[in-house]
Design a protein around this ligand. Structure first.
Ligand code: SAM
Length: 510
C-alpha cells in the first residue's frame, strides 16, 4: 500500500528543529565538543566518560546530554539549546518529556535523535525509538530501531554507485534509505510497521529528502516492480516465529519459524531486480546435522539467474545466540523474564534439531544466467571497511573471468594485488626448524589468507615480474621439473580462485 506517511512532527516543528540541529547538533559540532577522547568514549559506550566532558553549558553539550547520554537537563538549559524550537512544542510533539529531578523541573529525551554521516557525505539526523542503552527495562514490542551494528554493517557493505531506483526493504528509521539517497535517483522504502514508516518519514523530512514510503510485508509492497538496487536488513532472528504479540519485537522477529524469512527474501528478491541489479541483505540461517550450510543457501538460489556471494561471518550455538538477542532487547540476565524466554527459545532449537545459526551477508546480482556463479564461504576475518568496494569489484572480476574463459586467461598479464604478504612459518621439531605452512595474505580489502605452496608462491612472483599466465606456468614447470600441461591444469583453477578473491587482479587496461 503506497500512502503518504506523515512525519511524527508537524511541519512548523520540523522546520525549527532542523534549524536547531544544524546550529548545534551536527556530527562536526559533536566531535568538536567531545574531542577525540570523548568521541572514542562515546563509541565504546563509556557514557560517564562523555558526561564529564559536557559540563561547560554549551548548547551542543545540552543536545549531547539529552540525546546521546539520555540524561535529564533543566528546562532553562533546554530552552536555550532548542531555540528556535520552543520547549512546549518539543514536548507536545513527543520528542522530549517532562521529568522532575531533585525537585527541579527538567526534561529528557523521549525519542532517539542523533547526527550521522558517511565519509564525504552531508550531515544527517536519524530519529528512532530510545535504544536499550538509554532506557530502563526491555524494549517495547513495536520498538523502531536506530543506528546499530547491523545497520552499519549493511551500510558499509553496500555497493555505492549511481542507480535510477533503489529499494530499502524494512527501512525502520530510514538508515539505509539515507545512504541510498546519495546515489539513487528514486528511493522506495517499505516496512510492516506504521510507526517505523512515520519515523522514516520524519528522518527524511529532517534531512530535506523525500522517499516513496510503503507499508506491507516483505516483497508484497513492491509486487511486479523491479529495482536496480535493493538493500535489506530484515527481521532475521531464528526462532519459533515470535511476533510482537507473542513476546517478540517487530524490528527483529518476522513471525516465521526458523530461517523462513531469509529464505523467502533470498528466493523472492531476484525477480525484483532489473538486469544487472544488485540485492544485498543481512541474513541468519539454521545449521543442522543433515546439510552443509553452503548447500542450503545454494539451494535457495537455484534457478534465480543470479550470481551470488554469500558470507558466513559468524556461527553461534543456540545458547550464545539466544543470550545475544535477549541482551540486545534490554532483558536482564538472570531475571524471571530472561529465564522464561530463554527456556522457550532454547526448547524450540532442540525440537527443530538446529545446532547453530550462521550469520552473514548475501550479495546477489541479477544476470538471468542459466549458469550463474554461486559462492558461499566463511568470511570470519576482520575485513577492511567500508566493504562495499570489495563486493563491487568481486562482481567485476566475475565478469572479467566469464568474458575470457580459461583459454583467454592464458595470455593475460595478471597483477598480484599490491598489498600481498608471503607469510612463511617454520615449526620446531626434534630435528630443528621444519617448513610449516606458507600463506599469501592480503593486508587490505577482504584480507584473505590463502595457502600457497611453492608453485603458487612462484607463480605470483612470476606474474609480478610481468609474465603472462602461460609463460609463468612454463617457468614454474621448469623450476619444479614437472610437465607444463600438468602445471597449467593444476594451477588454472587456483588462479581463477585467486582472481575471484582479488589476490590476483586483471591487467590494467590503458
Ligand atoms: C532489523 S530492522 C532494520 C531497520 C533498518 N533498515 C536498519 O538497517 O537498521 C528490520 C525492519 O524490518 C521491519 N519488518 C519487520 N517485519 C517485516 C515484514 N514482514 N515486512 C517488512 N518489514 C518488516 C521492522 O519493522 C524493522 O523496521
Amino acid at each position: 500500500m503506497s500512502t503518504d506517511w506523515a512525519p511524527l512532527f508537524p511541519a512548523a516543528v520540523l522546520t525549527r528543529l532542523r534549524y536547531a540541529l544544524q546550529a548545534h547538533y551536527s556530527s562536526e559540532a559533536v566531535n568538536e565538543a567531545l574531542g577525540l577522547a570523548g568521541s572514542a568514549a562515546l563509541a565504546r559506550g563509556d557514557l560517564l566518560g562523555v558526561e564529564r566532558l559536557t559540563r561547560q553549558g554549551s548548547a551542543t553539550e545540552a543536545w549531547i546530554r539529552l540525546f546521546l547520554l539520555g540524561q535529564p537537563i533543566s528546562e532553562s538549559e533546554a530552552v536555550r539549546a532548542l531555540a528556535p524550537l520552543g520547549l512546549p512544542d518539543a514536548i507536545g510533539c513527543g520528542l522530549l518529556t517532562s521529568a522532575q529531578a531533585g525537585g527541579a523541573a527538567t526534561v529528557r529525551a523521549a525519542l532517539d535523535l542523533r547526527p550521522y554521516s558517511e565519509d564525504g557525505g552531508p550531515d544527517w539526523w536519524i530519529l528512532s525509538d530510545l535504544g536499550a542503552e538509554l532506557r530502563v527495562g526491555p524494549l517495547d514490542p513495536e520498538h523502531v530501531l536506530g543506528i546499530g551494528a547491523a545497520a552499519t554493517t549493511l551500510a558499509q557493505a553496500t555497493i555505492r554507485g549511481p542507480v535510477s531506483n533503489a529499494l530499502d526493504l524494512g527501512t525502520g528509521s530510514g538508515v539505509q534509505a539515507l545512504h541510498l539517497s546519495r546515489h539513487a535517483e528514486r528511493v522506495v522504502a517499505t516496512d510492516l510497521s506504521p510507526r517505523a514508516l512515520r519515523m522514516a518519514a520524519t528522518t527524511a523530512a529532517l534531512n530535506g529528502l523525500s522517499w516513496d514510503l510503503r507499508q506491507g510485508s516483505l516483497l508484497q509492497p513492491v509486487a511486479g516492480e523491479q529495482f536496480d538496487q535493493i538493500v535489506c536488513n530484515p527481521p532475521f532472528i531464528v526462532g519459533p516465529g515470535f511476533t510482537a504479540e507473542s513476546g517478540g519485537f517487530t524490528y527483529r522477529d518476522s513471525g516465521l519459524a526458523g530461517d523462513a524469512v531469509c529464505r523467502e527474501l533470498v528466493t523472492g528478491l531476484p525477480a525484483r531486480l532489473t538486469p544487472g541489479g544488485t540485492a544485498q541483505l543481512l541474513a541468519n540461517w539454521t545449521i543442522d546435522a543433515t546439510q552443509d550450510w553452503a548447500e542450503r543457501l545454494t539451494g535457495w538460489l537455484q534457478g534465480s539467474g543470479c550470481d551470488a556471494w554469500v558470507w558466513q561471518r559468524e556461527v553461534a550455538e543456540p545458547g550464545e545466540y539466544i543470550s545475544l538477542w535477549l541482551r540486545d532487547a534490554g532483558e536482564q540476565p538472570g531475571s524471571e523474564r530472561w529465564r522464561a524466554r530463554y527456556e522457550r527459545w532454547r526448547n524450540w532449537f532442540d525440537e527443530a534439531g538446529v545446532l547453530a545459526v550462521g550469520m552473514g551477508l548475501v550479495n546477489l546480482r541479477q544476470m538471468h544466467s542459466s549458469r550463474p556463479v554461486v559462492i558461499c564461504e566463511d568470511v570470519p576475518q576482520p575485513i577492511e571497511q567500508p566493504a562495499g568496494p570489495a563486493v563491487a569489484s568481486w562482481f567485476e572480476r566475475l565478469d572479467y573471468l566469464r568474458a575470457l574463459g580459461p583459454a583467454g586467461l592464458a595470455t593475460e598479464r595478471l597483477r598480484p594485488a599490491l598489498d600481498l604478504v608471503l607469510d612463511e612459518r617454520s615449526l620446531l621439531g626434534p630435528d630443528g626448524w621444519q617448513p610449516g605452512f606458507t600463506q599469501l595474505r592480503q593486508s587490505g580489502g577482504m584480507r584473505w589468507e590463502v595457502e600457497a605452496d611453492s608453485a603458487v608462491a612462484g607463480l605470483v612472483a612470476a606474474l609480478s615480474a610481468g609474465l603472462a599466465l602461460q609463460p609463468a606456468f612454463e617457468l614454474i614447470s621448469q623450476l619444479l621439473d614437472l610437465p607444463s600441461d600438468d602445471v597449467a591444469a593444476a594451477l588454472t583453477p587456483v588462479v581463477e580462485d585467486l582472481l575471484r578473491r582479488g589476490v590476483l587482479l586483471p591487467p590494467r587496461r590503458s
